[in-house]
Design a protein around this ligand. Structure first.
Ligand SMILES: [Zn+2]
Length: 504
C-alpha cells in the first residue's frame, strides 16, 4: 500500500524512519515560510552548471507537503534501485478534504456503466474536477523538468491569487517529479564528478535505468519495470486522469520546444476528441509561450500520432488526453550552449534540416522557414538549463490553467467519449476476448492476465460452461488449477497487490 506523508501523521513515523530524522532536524515550516527553491538549494533553479539532486528534490517536496494543506506527498513504492517513488497530489485544501469522493466521481466518469442516467452524469460532471497527471524526466538526462518542479510546487503551495486559486479549485494535479529517480541521482552525481575535469561532457557510462535504459519509455503497455507498475496503479486503478503530460527533452539544435498536436498519421482507433483536445491544450501552451515572447515553438511535425509505445501516449487507449512536450537540451545537461546566429534575410537552405533538427555541430540553425507549425523559428544564440526550466514552467502552468478554465467542457467531453467507447465495444466485433482456461502453460496465461489487469482491463471468470460464436467453452474447475484459481481471485477484485504478479 502507498504510504502517505504529510496529512496522515499517524502513519508517518512507522513508514518513514529515514525521513523522521529529517523532520526533526528541520523546524516545521508553514506555507508562508516554505523557503524558495533558491534559498533551499543555495543557487537559483537552472543556474549554469548547477543541478538539484534527487535527494534534495525529495526533501523539498516533502517539506512542501508538511507546510501546505494544498500539497500531499505519497510514496507509491520503491524504484528499481530501492528509492522512494513519490506522487504529489496538489489541489485546494477543500478538495483535499474531499479527495475520496472526488476520486470516486472521476472513476465513475471513466466507467459509464456505473452511471444510471444523464441526470446523474450531469451531477457528476458538475461536481467533478479535472485530474491532470504530469510525469517528469523518465529519461533522466532530460533533466530540466525535475528542476522546474521545485518552482512549480513552491508557487502552488504559497501563492494567494485568483489565478492559483482557480487552478487549485478546479484541478486535481497529480505530479510525478521523476519517473526515474535512480537515473536522476546517477546523472547529477556523474555531472558533479566530471564537471571541470577532462571528462566533462562524457556521457554516463552506464544505463540511466538499471534494466531498460532509454527504453523505460517503451514499457507503458507491458509493465515490466517497477516505475511503470507504480504509475499503472495510479492511472488505471486509482485515478483515471483526464490529461497526462509527459515532459521530455530532445536534441540541442533547431526548435526550442515541441508541443501538441503531433504529426500525422492519426490512429483511427483513438477517439478524435482525444486528439483534438490534445491539440487544444497544446495550443494553450503555445499561446502562453507566445505571450512571454518565447520563440522556436514547434507542433505538428517530427513527433507523430502513430507512435503509441510512449508513456503518456498509451493513455490514448484509455481515453486519456496523452500529451508530450520536448525541450531543446542544453550542453551536458546543465551547461549553456552558444549557437551561432543565423544571418538575417531569407533562409538559404531550409530543406537541409528536418523540423526540430537533429543535426549536431557548430553551425547556425538552418530551419528558418516560418510556417503555422513553427511561427517564429529559433535563430540561434545562448540556450541554458534556465531557458528549459522557463519554457517548462510556462507550459505546465498553461496546461493547469486551461484545464481549470475548461473544467466542465473537459469532464462532459470525457464522459461522452467513454460512453461512446463502451457502446461501440458492445456493438462492435469483437466485443470481448475469451481466454480458454484449459491451456498447457497456465502460469503464463495468468501472467498475461496480470499484465492486462495492470493496464486496467476488466477480467471476468466464467463459472460454468458456455457457448460463444458456436464454440463450446469449458469452465476450468479449481481442482485442476489451484494456483490459477487462487491468483485469479486477485484479478477478480480488479486490483493486484504490489509484488503479486512476479510469481511466474
Ligand atoms: Zn525523452
Amino acid at each position: 500500500m502507498p504510504s502517505v506523508i504529510g496529512h496522515h501523521h499517524s502513519t508517518r513515523s512507522i513508514l518513514l524512519g529515514a525521513l523522521l530524522c529529517l523532520t526533526v532536524a528541520v523546524p516545521r515550516v508553514t506555507a508562508q515560510s516554505l523557503p524558495t527553491p533558491e534559498t533551499f538549494l543555495g543557487f537559483p533553479v537552472g543556474a549554469d552548471n548547477k543541478l538539484a539532486h534527487w535527494d534534495q528534490i525529495f526533501e523539498y517536496l516533502h517539506m512542501a507537503s508538511e507546510s501546505s494543506d494544498r500539497i500531499m506527498m505519497e510514496v507509491l513504492g520503491k524504484s528499481t534501485l530501492g528509492r522512494d517513488f513519490p506522487l504529489m497530489t496538489i489541489t485546494s485544501a477543500e478538495n483535499m478534504g474531499d479527495l475520496d469522493r472526488l476520486q470516486e466521481i472521476n472513476q465513475r466518469l471513466y466507467n459509464p456503466d456505473s452511471i444510471a442516467d444523464e441526470t446523474e452524469a450531469r451531477r457528476l460532471i458538475d461536481e467533478g474536477k479535472v485530474v491532470v497527471f504530469i510525469t517528469c524526466a523518465i529519461h533522466a538526462s532530460e533533466i530540466g523538468s525535475t528542476q522546474m518542479v521545485l518552482e512549480l510546487v513552491h508557487r502552488l503551495a504559497t501563492e494567494e491569487s485568483p489565478y492559483i486559486q482557480n487552478i487549485l479549485d478546479n484541478v486535481i494535479f497529480l505530479l510525478v517529479p521523476s519517473l526515474n529517480p535512480d537515473g536522476q541521482a546517477m546523472e547529477v552525481d556523474w555531472f558533479n564528478r566530471t564537471f571541470g575535469t577532462e571528462y566533462e561532457g562524457a556521457g554516463l557510462p552506464w544505463l540511466y535505468h538499471h534494466y531498460t535504459g532509454h527504453d523505460n519509455n517503451r514499457d507503458a503497455y507491458m509493465f515490466t519495470q517497477a516505475e511503470t507498475r507504480l504509475i499503472g496503479q495510479v492511472l488505471y486503478h486509482d485515478w483515471f486522469p483526464e490529461v497526462w503530460l509527459d515532459e521530455h527533452q530532445m536534441g540541442a539544435s533547431g526548435a526550442r520546444i515541441f508541443i501538441m498536436p503531433a504529426a500525422g498519421p492519426p490512429n483511427p482507433n483513438v477517439d478524435p476528441w482525444i486528439y483534438r483536445t490534445a491539440g487544444l491544450l497544446g495550443f494553450a501552451q503555445g499561446q502562453a509561450l507566445d505571450e512571454e515572447g518565447k520563440t522556436g515553438v514547434l507542433y505538428g511535425e517530427r513527433f507523430t500520432y502513430w507512435w503509441q509505445g510512449a508513456m503518456a501516449w498509451t493513455g490514448w487507449w484509455h481515453n486519456m488526453v496523452g500529451m508530450l512536450s520536448e525541450l531543446a537540451s542544453a550542453r551536458n545537461m546543465a551547461s549553456p550552449s552558444e549557437t551561432p546566429m543565423a544571418p538575417e534575410g531569407p533562409p538559404a537552405a531550409a530543406e537541409e534540416q528536418p523540423a526540430g533538427g537533429r543535426r549536431m555541430g557548430g553551425g547556425p540553425p538552418r530551419d528558418l522557414t516560418a510556417r503555422p507549425e513553427y511561427l517564429v523559428p529559433w535563430r540561434g544564440g545562448r540556450w541554458s538549463l534556465r531557458d528549459i526550466v522557463d519554457y517548462e514552467y510556462i507550459i505546465t502552468f498553461a496546461l493547469l490553467d486551461a484545464c481549470a478554465d475548461m473544467r466542465e467542457n473537459m469532464l462532459s467531453g470525457i464522459y461522452a467519449v467513454n460512453r461512446r467507447t463502451v457502446d461501440k465495444g458492445r456493438a462492435g466485433h469483437p466485443s470481448g476476448i475469451i481466454i480458454p482456461a484449459d491451456q498447457h502453460d497456465a502460469p503464463t496465461v495468468v501472467k498475461l492476465l496480470q499484465i492486462l489487469n495492470r493496464g486496467g482491463l476488466k477480467i471476468d471468470r466464467a463459472t460454468s460452461a458456455f457457448t460463444a460464436d458456436g464454440t463450446q467453452e469449458l469452465c476450468q474447475g479449481p481442482s485442476r488449477t489451484a494456483g490459477l484459481s487462487h491468483r485469479h481471485s486477485a484479478l477478480r477484485r480488479n486490483r493486484l497487490e504490489p509484488g503479486h504478479a512476479d510469481g511466474s
